[in-house]
Design a protein around this ligand. Structure first.
Ligand code: GLO
Ligand code: MG
Length: 346
């Protein structure tokens, strides 16, 4: 198996989930945070991702002092386990305040709520000793075009980012684009949008991106290309590896389970651009199938990591010299077969 050297792995508490879907209830009992942290360690992961309210549950009902106190307790727990926090993300899509969007809501009180909450999230990140804030802009879109303006929404997003960048000069913000779900059409659907939005802020170099494989596929794009696009700006600050069978609901399947070839190309993109050499993590934003029994509640995470390491071996042993020769000869037919044979193995 490939050496793990520069790669550090993470997942979030929400990736050990209970199997509920819009059509049926949970199928597995919930597990406490300490159980999830112990599993993360047991599986050989290095870091955990957090929503602000994973770190401090019921955050909206707590004073800033209480939030800080609980974040410090969590930091101690992580230190004791030898695990670091990769990032913190404000969960801006649950509150009754953000029904019509957070930063782009038509209600100024909702927009203020979203910014205040994002600043609390930065407080937590500071205490957990990470400079990375992830923004999945879940409800920043509309159900109908007449309800909002894309130009005004883009300006509101840039203004919200400015507030965060000004609040703490050390944080970096990684935007996690997604084209749809829960919204019909989201305002920042692709990495191109995220990179462009950075340039409307007062500190573009501190605004980068996170590519989730499934989100790129939902946008009709190639995840490996989305990753290399962000890396050409030096701005791929995290990845959420998973898989997705075409244009359906967001499936968050185990990495490589639908398209091994696409997964191979994602790993190859990361490897050949030395992803991870500045401490970036490989995160798996995957979910168990609803049918999974509790005894197997973390298998999708172990499997995703194992598949990544197997594909890393494949990326490292890909015959680059022959590939270059075939490219020079424009024999892409042979290059295609070479990639297939390489993945099939002996
Ligand atoms: C949903 C997203 C979500 C985010 C997470 C971190 O589609 O992938 O899981 O990654 O909330 O912000
Ligand atoms: Mg994600």
């Amino acid at each position: 198996m490939a050496k793990e050297n520069q790669y550090k792995f993470s997942f979030g508490p929400w990736n050990i989930s209970e199997g509920a879907d819009p059509y049926g209830p949970t199928t597995r009992p919930p597990q406490p945070f300490d159980w999830k942290l112990a599993k993360l360690k047991e599986l050989g992961f290095d870091a955990m991702m957090f929503h602000d309210d994973d770190a401090v549950p019921d955050i909206d009902s707590k004073s800033p002092d209480q939030v800080r106190k609980e974040a410090k307790e969590l930091k101690k727990k992580l230190d004791d386990a030898g695990i670091f926090a990769e990032m913190v993300a404000p969960r801006l899509w649950f509150s009754p305040m953000t029904i019509d969007g957070a930063y782009t809501s038509n209600d100024p009180k909702a927009r203020k709520y979203a910014i205040d909450r994002s600043l609390r999230c930065i407080d937590i990140a500071r205490i957990l000793d990470t400079d990375l804030i992830v923004l999945w802009l879940a409800r920043e879109g509309t159900y109908l075009r007449e309800a909002k303006s894309a130009k005004r929404s883009t300006e509101l997003l840039a203004a919200a980012l400015d507030k965060m960048l000004d609040y703490d000069k050390k944080i970096r913000i990684a935007i996690e684009p997604k084209p749809n779900e829960p919204m019909d059409i989201a305002y920042i659907p692709t990495m191109g949008h995220a990179m462009a939005l950075a340039h409307l802020t007062n500190d573009p170099k501190r605004v980068g991106g996170l590519v989730e494989s499934a989100h790129a596929i939902l946008a009709g794009l190639d995840p490996a290309d989305e990753m290399e696009f962000a890396m050409s700006f030096g701005k791929l600050w995290s990845v959420h590896l998973n898989d997705q069978n075409g244009l359906k609901f967001d499936q968050d399947k185990p990495f490589g389970c639908h398209s091994l070839r696409s997964a191979f190309n994602q790993v190859r993109a990361l490897e050949r651009n030395k992803y991870g050499s500045k401490g970036e993590c490989v995160a798996f934003d995957v979910h168990s199938f609803r049918s999974t029994k509790i005894e197997h509640a973390v298998d999708h995470l172990a499997h995703s990591r194992k598949t990544f390491l197997r594909l890393l071996e494949k990326a490292r042993t890909f015959d680059e010299a022959t590939a270059q020769k075939l490219i020079a000869e424009r024999d892409y037919q042979a290059l295609d077969q070479m990639a297939i044979e390489h993945l099939l193995g002996k």
